[in-house]
Design a protein around this ligand. Structure first.
Ligand code: HEC
Length: 197
């Protein structure tokens, strides 16, 4: 086959496309092992039964979630099924209210409010919202805030009341707790060490 021959180029294009399709399939399967719930970077949903810390890992130069001892959410131990159910509900409520119209998850969405990927780990829950709401646990303070954000503002920008009931708020808190346990390679950078509000 001559280099001037169109067949030469066609054969080249077809074989390159085929090889890249195989590479793409391999990468997709490989990524799935990292990003599915229960995968390498994403814990299973029942991680909400445990304490989640966020520690700087000097070898990676990134903050990394550390899953610790049992720490029940709302004093309830979720089975794998119950955890999957509440996660589904939390995700649906988040979609139904279009939280991403103001917030980001993993950096996707709008930049009016803070990124919510690590919100569960935000020191502001203990430092600002627990005293403000008078609640004894972080999760109860989050529920109170999500149900009535207009009553507990901290920034100049305020979150509007989105007419969320208690069950919906609890499901979103469970979802946010699980989300915070995902290893995001340190995203968002410097979380929890931002300027004081
Ligand atoms: C109209 C814009 C807007 C929408 C829609 C919105 N938020 Fe917010 N949200 C904000 C703003 C602004 C703040 C910062 C409020 C403050 O600090 O006083 C905030 C703060 C928060 C916080 C506290 C974050 C932290 O760690 O400091 C959480 C959690 C939160 N929102 C969750 C949600 C969820 C869940 C939804 C969807 C049900 C939602 N928001 C919809 C604007 C919005």
């Amino acid at each position: 086959m001559q280099i001037q021959d169109p067949l030469f180029w066609r054969a080249g294009a077809v074989s390159t496309t085929l090889v890249m399709l195989i590479v793409l399939a391999f990468l997709s399967i490989d990524s799935y092992g990292y990003i599915r719930a229960g995968g390498i970077n994403v814990p299973a949903y029942d991680v909400i039964n445990r304490h989640i810390a966020y520690e700087y890992d000097w070898s990676r130069h990134a903050s990394t979630p550390v899953v610790g001892e049992e720490e029940l959410l709302f004093g309830q131990k979720f089975s794998a099924d119950e955890a999957a159910q509440i996660m589904r509900k939390g995700k649906l409520v988040i979609q139904s209210r279009n939280c991403m119209n103001c917030h980001t998850f993993f950096g996707n969405g709008a930049y009016y409010g803070p990124d919510l990927t690590k919100s569960w780990l935000d020191p502001a829950w203990e430092q600002i919202w627990m005293p403000m709401t008078g609640k004894e646990t972080k999760e109860e303070a989050m529920v109170a805030f999500l149900m009535n954000p207009d009553q507990y503002p901290t920034w100049q920008r305020r979150m509007p009341n989105l007419d969320i009931d208690e069950e919906e708020a609890r499901a979103m808190v469970a979802y946010l707790k699980w989300l915070s346990a995902i290893d995001t390679n340190g995203f968002p950078a410097n979380f929890g060490r931002m300027q004081p509000r």
